[in-house]
Design a binder for this molecule. Structure first.
Ligand code: SAH
Length: 343
């Protein structure tokens, strides 16, 4: 199988071209053709010698993922794509149009090993990590699509299929490439990575001092409730998780986001809201309340909007910044936790 071009970092590309006997400027030239011009056909690379164009085409894959299906929500503002990978495995990713921004939600694994009770991806089990190239491939696909109508991507959320911190190296390598100053130049502040709460990886991320936004899937104000829905909580319980989050905030001075799926009768009572307020008091954070989206293997329902508003009011009173996340693409199974593919 050919190597995926997007798996090469800029320095790996420079190294490789040096081995090919190419002049120093060549790496930057090719990197810009790919990541600035979004030209993914090496045979057409302008001002690149024919033999090199040939060699790049022979040695490298420039299309590690291919879109095989697209569904559009009724309101036309959410599009879900099914992609096939080189080994036939499949993933999904979502494009969302807002009034002032365009956001994509991308995947990092085929399936997921975290097994969160209410998440469709978790319910399908884990198959494998995506390579950096396959992660970048999703971003470039959407960027190229948008370019056709002269639109530009404004935000990337790494909240699709998989647990990004269970595939840490590839996710960071992918972000390095899309952030690279000579190429795609996508600012880290416009990227959000969401984790179920793998403590050692949050620590590692903290040390890396990146500008990437971090979101934590909290979903419960006590171990008793969190244990029931997020198996990871047995390994990294709430108090350990929040202590790690506080260290993250102290070290980076960056505002954390906590995701909280409101599940009717499980974690949405007045008492739950009060306990949550107490847990988060004083922390530089924002709580994103997401009324649960229904999935096949989880019988509980999402909270009503009325309940969600009441819950929010309690957090508001306690001075915890919070918002209710707009439901997007639920009619096409593109909402949070609804991404799933047949394996
Ligand atoms: N593995 C990462 C990213 C996954 S999805 C993580 O756990 O954070 C992004 C968010 O959607 C997470 O907060 C996840 O818990 C949430 N989610 C999963 N299933 C959901 C559902 N059925 N309804 C609402 N949110 C859900």
């Amino acid at each position: 199988m050919k190597r995926c071009f997007f798996d090469l970092s800029f320095s790996e590309l420079s190294e490789l071209l040096k081995e090919y006997g190419e002049p120093d400027f060549r790496a930057k030239q090719i990197w810009q053709l790919v990541y600035k011009n979004l030209n993914l056909s090496p045979e057409t690379f302008p001002a690149v010698p024919k033999e090199l164009r040939q060699k790049l085409k022979e040695d490298f894959e420039f299309a590690p993922i291919s879109a095989i299906k697209k569904v559009v929500s009724q309101d036309k503002r959410t599009e879900k794509y099914l992609f096939q990978l080189a080994d036939g495995k499949k993933i999904e990713a979502v494009l969302m149009y807002y009034r002032e921004r365009i956001t994509i939600c991308i995947s990092t694994q085929v399936g997921c090993a975290m097994n969160c009770a209410f998440c469709a991806t978790g319910q399908m089990g884990f198959t494998r990590n995506l390579s950096a190239g396959e992660i970048i491939g999703q971003v470039l696909f959407f960027a190229a699509e948008l370019k056709l109508t002269e639109k530009k991507l404004s935000n990337i959320v790494v909240m699709g299929m998989g647990e990004p911190f269970h595939n840490f190296e590839n996710v960071m390598k992918a972000i390095d490439t899309i952030n690279h100053a000579e190429g795609f130049q996508f600012g880290e502040r416009r990227i959000t990575v969401s984790t179920v709460g793998i403590v050692p990886m949050i620590e590692k991320f903290t040390k890396a001092k990146r500008q990437i936004n971090l979101a934590i899937s909290l979903h419960a104000p006590s171990n008793k409730i969190r244990d029931q829905i997020l198996p990871i909580n047995k390994k990294y319980p709430l108090e350990k998780l929040l202590e790690t989050c506080q260290i993250y905030v102290d070290k980076t001075h960056r505002r954390l986001t906590f995701e909280y799926a409101l599940i009717s009768g499980l974690n949405d009572s007045v008492e739950d809201a009060m306990r949550l307020s107490k847990l988060l008091r004083g922390m530089l954070c924002h709580v994103n309340l997401i009324p649960l989206n229904e999935t096949k293997k989880f019988e509980r329902k999402g909270s009503t909007m009325e309940r969600a508003n009441d819950f929010k009011l309690i957090l508001d009173k306690a001075g915890i910044p919070c918002s209710i996340r707009l439901k997007r693409g639920v009619d096409i199974g593109a909402g949070c936790g609804q991404l799933v593919t047949q394996t």
